[in-house]
Design a protein around this ligand. Structure first.
Ligand code: SF4
Ligand code: SF4
Length: 273
């Protein structure tokens, strides 16, 4: 194929539909000789091999990440966003906070080992939160990926978070919710291993506990009262597709039958009640 010489452009005028139109014509240059094509091909090949040889002799220069072998040392740019979670409250008071988590998880009769694992979990919600349930993040989200459900807390006689439902399947990681939060309660993380076999798994509760924000729990000295302030929340409870709730573009999974009904529905149990 002939080479196009973009420098050699001829301009002229033509009559098209009764009008005079300026036309530019790009002239084809002379095709290169076979010898020149062969020469430039060999030069390109040698350039590529030079780079390969350079990385072979200086492996420290290699920038390609060997994932997942390097998972422990993987580093992301500071502003990389791949997941939303509750921000670890009082991060600078990690030790005292860890002690409180263990204490309250025991008070709440939750497996302390489980609690510790959740607390250090990077790819999901943390145990406690700093969320007041104000709903500003929900209002700021441009594509309705957040649903904040609140309840009335009897102990503090105030609004508190019940469930924070997040749609990872439709989130575009714009960070608007994080910026809208007046309590600095949520943050974007670099967690990116979100692949699942069913989209409905990507709609879940971010909070592990319903209740007031951590500072208000810490302020309460009576352990019995503290215990009554919080209530455990599971990942797929509430209005999510895995719990029988349909969402735009997402069909629900039928909610499991209550145990009594499930037993009644078992073969051979009809009419036995
Ligand atoms: S990052 Fe953007 S799209 Fe995702 S939940 Fe927050 S506001 Fe909505
Ligand atoms: S995360 Fe922040 S903005 Fe959203 S409901 Fe909680 S306190 Fe309000």
């Amino acid at each position: 194929m002939g080479m196009i010489d973009t420098i050699a452009v001829e301009t002229s005028e033509r009559q098209i539909a009764g009008k005079t139109v300026a036309v530019s014509t790009v002239l084809r240059g002379r095709p290169p000789s076979y010898l020149r094509v062969a020469f430039s091909t060999v030069i390109g090949l040698l350039r590529g091999m030079k780079m390969t040889l350079g990385y072979f002799l200086s492996p420290e220069e290699i920038v390609t990440q060997q994932y997942p072998e390097n998972r422990d040392t993987l580093r992301f740019p500071e502003r990389y966003r791949g997941n939303l979670r509750f921000k670890f409250p009082n991060a600078e008071e990690h030790e005292s906070h860890a002690a409180l988590v263990t204490q309250v998880s025991q008070e709440a009769e939750v497996d302390a080992q489980h609690a510790a694992a959740w607390m250090h979990e990077d790819n999901g919600a943390r145990w406690y939160h700093n969320c007041t349930g104000c709903g500003k993040c929900e209002a700021a989200c441009p594509n309705a990926s957040i649903k904040v459900i609140t309840r009335h807390g009897e102990i503090l006689d105030d609004r508190e978070l019940d469930r924070f439902v997040w749609r990872l399947d439709s989130c575009m990681f714009c960070n608007a919710c994080v910026q809208a939060c007046p309590w600095d309660a949520i943050e974007m993380t670099a967690g990116f291993e979100n692949a699942v076999y069913d989209r409905r798994l990507l709609v879940y509760n971010l909070n592990k506990m319903a209740g007031p924000r951590i500072n208000l729990i810490q302020d309460e000295e009576n352990p019995d009262v503290r215990k009554r302030m919080v209530e455990r929340r599971d990942r797929y409870g509430g209005p999510v597709p895995l719990n029988g709730f349909g969402l735009p573009n997402l069909l629900p999974v039928p909610a499991p039958l209550p145990v009594d009904e499930a037993v009644d529905a078992m073969p051979g149990q009809e009419g036995s009640a």
